[in-house]
Design a protein around this ligand. Structure first.
Ligand code: AMP
Ligand code: MG
Length: 413
C-alpha cells in the first residue's frame, strides 16, 4: 500500500499548478462583491471643493459676532448658490449668499448660518430675499465641509485583493471611475457520476438516492466567489462518463470538479476517461474524511476528482479546492480559526481529521462537541456543524478539555 500524502504537501502541489486567470474591466454597476486587481489611489479630493453642510447663508463670521434673536444682524443677500452651481462673486463684509447643502462656498465667506437661525423662509423655488436677519453667531468653519475632508489626492483608497462592498462601490463612483479592473472569477464545471443517482423531485426506485453533491459543490463554488456550471450526472458507463467529461471541456472552464468515481472499486471507468483526456493522478491523502482524490489536468484544465461521499466531498473541497480557487482568483483566504476545548474524549485514526462539531460558550471558553455520527456519508453532520475541529496527523486520542484548533463554518452564537 502506497504511503498517504501529507495534506499540506498536497495543497502545495495543487497551488503550484493553478494558472493565473487574469483580470477584466467591469463597469461601476457590476463591481459589487468583486475583487480589486490593483490598488486604487485618489486622483481627486473629496469633496472636490469646500461646500456647505446646511441650507442657509454663507457669511463672514466676523460680521455676525453680535447677532442674537433679540438683536439680529442684517446682511444684504448678493447671490444665490443652488447645488450644482459655482458662486459668481465673493462675499464682502455686510453681505451674505444664500446657499444650499453641498453647494460650493463663495470666496470671502468662512461660515454658514443655518436657515433656522435667520428670518428667511426656505421654500422650493422662492427667490432669495434682498436682505436676511441673522439671529446667531458662528465660528469660522461652522457648517463648512473643507475640500479633501473625506479623501485627499494621492491617498490609497482600497488595496488590491479587497472584496468590494457597497461603501467601496460608492467611493469608486465618487472618484469618477466608470470602470475598474477586477480579478476574473473562475468558471467551474461541476459534475458527478453514479447509476444510483437521480434528480431531486424524481420518484426513487429501490436502491436509488438523490444527487446532492453537484448542487452542494456548485453552492460551495459560488460561496468561494466563483461561477458554477452544473452538468447532468453521468451514468457508470465508459460512454456516459466520456461524454460528460467532453461536455465539461467544451464549456472551456477554468476548473472542472467531479465527485465520485475515485474510490478503489469505482475508479476504473473514471481512470480510463481521465487517462484519455488528460494527465490525472489518483492520490491517497492523509485526510479524514476524504482520503481518495484525483488531481491533475483534463485537456489542460485543472481538475479535481473528489470522493463521492458528501461529507468527504465537502471537506476535501474546503481543505484543497477552495484555496486553489482563491489562488486562481488572487483572493486572500479569509477562513476563520478559533481555539475550542474538546467537550468529550475523541478517538482519531492518525490521519489529519476534520470533525464536525457544534460550539457552545462555557465560562468564557468555546467548547466543542461532535455532531453525533461522523460517517462520511452523513451530510446532516455538516448541516448541524458550526465548525470543523482539526485533529492533527498521528493523534489517535484527544482528551476532553484539550484546546483544539477549529475552523469556523459559520459565526458561532
Ligand atoms: P463512489 O465514489 O461512486 O463509490 O461513491 C461513494 C459514495 O458516495 C456512494 O455511497 C455514493 O452513492 C455516494 N455518492 C456519489 N455521488 C453522489 C452524489 N452526487 N450525491 C450523493 N451521494 C453520492
Ligand atoms: Mg459511484
Amino acid at each position: 500500500m502506497s504511503e498517504l500524502m501529507n495534506v499540506d504537501k498536497a495543497l502545495e502541489l495543487i497551488l503550484a499548478a493553478m494558472p493565473d486567470i487574469g483580470t477584466e474591466n467591469l463597469s461601476i454597476a457590476q463591481l459589487h462583491g468583486r475583487v480589486l486587481s490593483d490598488d486604487i489611489i485618489a486622483d481627486v479630493n473629496l469633496p472636490p471643493f469646500p461646500n456647505s453642510s446646511m441650507d442657509g447663508f454663507a457669511v463672514r463670521a466676523a460680521d455676525v459676532i453680535t447677532a442674537a434673536t433679540d438683536h439680529p444682524v442684517s446682511l444684504a443677500v448678493t447671490q444665490d448658490i443652488p447645488a450644482g452651481q459655482a458662486p459668481d462673486k465673493p462675499v464682502r463684509s455686510g453681505e451674505a449668499a444664500r446657499i444650499m447643502t453641498g453647494a460650493p462656498m463663495p470666496d470671502g465667506a468662512d461660515a454658514i448660518i443655518p436657515v433656522e437661525n435667520t428670518d428667511a423662509k426656505w421654500r422650493e423655488g422662492d427667490p432669495a430675499p434682498a436682505h436676511v436677519q441673522i439671529y446667531s453667531t458662528v465660528q469660522p468653519g461652522d457648517y463648512v465641509r473643507p475640500g479633501g475632508e473625506s479623501v485627499a489626492i494621492g491617498q490609497t483608497i482600497l488595496k488590491a485583493g479587497a472584496v468590494l462592498r457597497a461603501a467601496d462601490v460608492g467611493m469608486l463612483a465618487s472618484l469618477g471611475r466608470a470602470s475598474v479592473s477586477v480579478n476574473r472569477r473562475p468558471r467551474v464545471v461541476v459534475l458527478g457520476s453514479g447509476d444510483e443517482l437521480v434528480e431531486p423531485g424524481a420518484v426513487l426506485a429501490p436502491g436509488q438516492i438523490y444527487d446532492s453533491n453537484s448542487y452542494m459543490l456548485a453552492a460551495l463554488v459560488e460561496e468561494t466567489g466563483a461561477v458554477a456550471v452544473r452538468l447532468p450526472t453521468a451514468r457508470d458507463t465508459l460512454d456516459s462518463l466520456r461524454a460528460t467529461f467532453q461536455q465539461a471541456v467544451a464549456e472551456q472552464p477554468d476548473m472542472i470538479i467531479s465527485s465520485a468515481g475515485v474510490s478503489v472499486g469505482a475508479a476504473d471507468f473514471t481512470r480510463q476517461v481521465l487517462a484519455e483526456l488528460g494527465e490525472v493522478g489518483f492520490w491517497r491523502i492523509n485526510l479524514r474524511p476524504g482520503k481518495p482524490l484525483a488531481f491533475g489536468k483534463v485537456q489542460n484544465i485543472p481538475f479535481f476528482g473528489l470522493p463521492g461521499n458528501p461529507v468527504s466531498a465537502m471537506v476535501t473541497y474546503d481543505v484543497l479546492v477552495r484555496p486553489a480557487l482563491l489562488a486562481m482568483a488572487r483572493q486572500a483566504d479569509d477562513a476563520q480559526y478559533i481555539t475550542a476545548i474538546a467537550g468529550e474524549n475523541i478517538k482519531s485514526d492518525g490521519r489529519r481529521s476534520y470533525l464536525r462539531i457544534t460550539l457552545l460558550q462555557e465560562n468564557g471558553q468555546w467548547v466543542a462537541h461532535t455532531t453525533g455520527t461522523q460517517s462520511s456519508g452523513a451530510l446532516m453532520s455538516m448541516v448541524t456543524a458550526d465548525a470543523l475541529m482539526i485533529v492533527p496527523e498521528d493523534v489517535t486520542h484527544v482528551e476532553a478539555g484539550t484546546p483544539m484548533r477549529v475552523k469556523l463554518l459559520k459565526t458561532p452564537t
